[in-house]
Design a protein around this ligand. Structure first.
Ligand SMILES: NC(=O)C1=CN([C@@H]2O[C@H](COP(=O)(O)OP(=O)(O)OC[C@H]3O[C@@H](n4cnc5c(N)ncnc54)[C@H](OP(=O)(O)O)[C@@H]3O)[C@@H](O)[C@H]2O)C=CC1
Ligand SMILES: CC1=C(/C=C/C(C)=C/C=C/C(C)=C/C=O)C(C)(C)CCC1
Length: 319
């Protein structure tokens, strides 16, 4: 009997959540206020990180900015302070667990409890797997994936104690479907998506309904990180690279609307769903047609040229 009641309740929940998602797509959802909240953003010296800092500052959140690039991070802080919020900067190496834990300890002691955590920092090796130095591949996993464990372990306990907080994961469309020549990046972003989902389930399973999670999965953004990456010329105008500001603003809408996940642009849901529904060869055929199969080649070539010109060191030289 209780199975039938549970089944009916589940069906009501499923119908209600589908209706909510449909309504949300067409109407503007109510956005929460984050005035006076303490927001920590990683990679705040980078293009998207800086825009996030400014968007959160506009909403009245005080900022803790983390980056390995002290000068760029400080520039972001200066811009944000002009918007009237308090800003503290910290230089940290997110590829090192101890650096994360030490800096988190300083934040807790010097500022207090973080209530919004935006895991934004990300890197990519930008070289073919077989030619890429091992440390560069490892670094992608450490920064894009392992850092999520350490950041969450450092800041979730205080959120749990207050049953209040928000953890944002900036993943990627390449955490939902893949393309060639970016094995390190896809591995790390699929990891980030898996991490986000498991954490979101855990918070619900433990009834921590006051702690929200948002997963952001953007397509190529015009920040320079994937400079050269391009799909078939004729289709490029249909799916152009995203403007960084547009990406940050769409992400903010999802965060403040307490949306669980957002693909930017929405059309990215199609390759995500197609990956799960279509046979592998059918996906290969559509990738080939749209130039999604070799879109990373010009990006990889330009990184390899830089490496040849001595901008980057190869650890394989040691062998
Ligand atoms: N650009 C794109 O096309 C897309 C990007 N994304 C994701 O968006 C996020 C932001 O990307 P974007 O703004 O383009 O990238 P940027 O390279 O502009 O910014 C990343 C920032 O993170 C910093 N950083 C890198 N490694 C570390 C580290 N070990 N410790 C601390 N800070 C570090 C970088 O410093 P430094 O510059 O000194 O290395 C930089 O300031 C990333 O997670 C990325 O994967 C998702 C979809 C598309
Ligand atoms: C593979 C593929 C495509 C191209 C995707 C690209 C080019 C994604 C780039 C994403 C980036 C750079 C993310 C960074 O985090 C299409 C044409 C959309 C559709 C079919 C499959």
């Amino acid at each position: 009997m209780s199975l039938i009641v549970d089944l009916l309740l589940m069906l009501i929940d499923v119908t209600y959540s589908i209706l909510c998602a449909v309504v949300r797509t067409f109407l503007h959802p109510r956005l929460k206020s984050i005035d006076g909240e303490l927001c920590l953003i990683t990679g705040a010296g980078g293009v998207l990180g800086r825009l996030f800092a400014l968007e959160f500052a506009k909403e009245g959140a005080h900022l803790i900015l983390w980056d390995c690039n002290t000068a760029a991070n400080e520039q972001t802080a200066q811009l944000a302070r002009k918007l009237g919020v308090e800003v503290r900067t910290y230089t940290v190496d997110l590829s090192k667990r101890q650096s994360i834990y030490q800096t988190a300890g300083r934040v807790r002691a010097e500022v207090g409890d973080v209530s919004i955590l935006v895991n934004n920092a990300g890197v990519v090796a930008g070289q073919r797997l077989l030619e890429c130095p091992d440390e560069l591949l490892e670094r992608t996993l450490l920064v894009n994936c392992h850092a999520l464990f350490w950041m969450t372990k450092a800041f979730l306990p205080q959120m749990k104690a207050r049953n209040h907080g928000h953890i944002v994961t900036i993943a990627s469309a390449l955490g939902l479907f893949t393309t060639a020549f970016v094995e390190d990046y896809c591995t790390s972003k699929f990891g980030a998506v898996g991490f986000h989902e498991s954490l979101a389930h855990e918070l619900r399973a433990e009834n921590h309904y006051g702690i929200k999670t948002t997963l952001v999965c953007p397509y190529i953004i015009d920040t320079g990180m994937f400079a050269g990456c391009e799909i078939r010329k004729e289709i490029q105008s249909l799916i152009p690279p995203l403007e960084p500001l547009y990406t940050a603003q769409q992400s903010m809408k999802a965060i403040l609307g307490e949306q669980e996940m957002v693909c930017i642009p929405r059309i990215m849901y199609i390759p995500f769903i197609a990956r799960a529904l279509l046979p592998w060869e059918a996906n290969v055929a559509t990738y080939r047609f749209m130039g999604g199969d070799k879109c990373m080649l010009p990006f990889i070539k330009s990184t390899e040229m830089k490496t040849l010109n001595g901008h980057m060191k190869s650890s394989n030289d040691a062998f």
